[in-house]
Design a protein around this ligand. Sequence first.
Ligand code: NI
Length: 258
Amino acid sequence: MLTEYRNIFDSHAHYDDEKFDDDRENLLTSLFDNGVCAIVNCGSDLKSSKRSMALSEKYENIYFAAGVHPHEADEMGESDFDEIRELLKHPKCVAIGEIGLDYHYDFSPRDIQKQVFEYQLKLAKEFDMPVVIHDREAHQDTWELLKKYQPKGVVHCFSGSVEMARDILSIGMHIGLGGAVTFKNAKTPVAVAAAVPSERLLIETDCPYMAPVPHRGTRNDSSLIPCTAEVIASVRGTTAQEILNLTAENAKKLFFNK
Ligand code: NI
């Protein structure tokens, strides 16, 4: 535990994942005793959105996003979306997510991915809620839809170029950075980390995945966020605590409207 840090706002986590089944309760309690101030747990389908809601009801500082990930787009029926709509009314539901396009795995056909993504962008307008965007190797199509709907929200685990980051920023959205900025070959994420204005940066784990160096390949959790903050701080010429402070403030504004 890197206990010297505080104000750690993990804007994207999956603590409902089975990889946390053995020690979830102890881990989460220790996180909140060691500098983590809030966590947004993101759904990827109806079941995980419900599990995220349950976590938010159990832990004061866990909030959640409900939504359908592109991998699961194919499996969704109309009644599932009715249930997602109900989840969005929950007092601790702070975003629609994670939603978007994934052309790396293509687990769902692309036309269905796009339909489900677009439907949820419309939901974001209807409910006036931020979105949490997943974009993997689908930058052009993701951008087309974001440009069309101009939601508030964040492109999480941002993997695009500095040019694409500028597009995202130009419509008022945030950029979420995680463990990938610490990886050895991370030229583009580092360039993005240097270019994003302070008021648009969020920090995240995407745990249990994407553990930052020197923990790469192990199970990730929010206590490792300072490793990511240290790298972002070094390219921006500031301190890791300052990065934690400003990303926490940005996340509160975006998700809690304060
Ligand atoms: Ni995720």
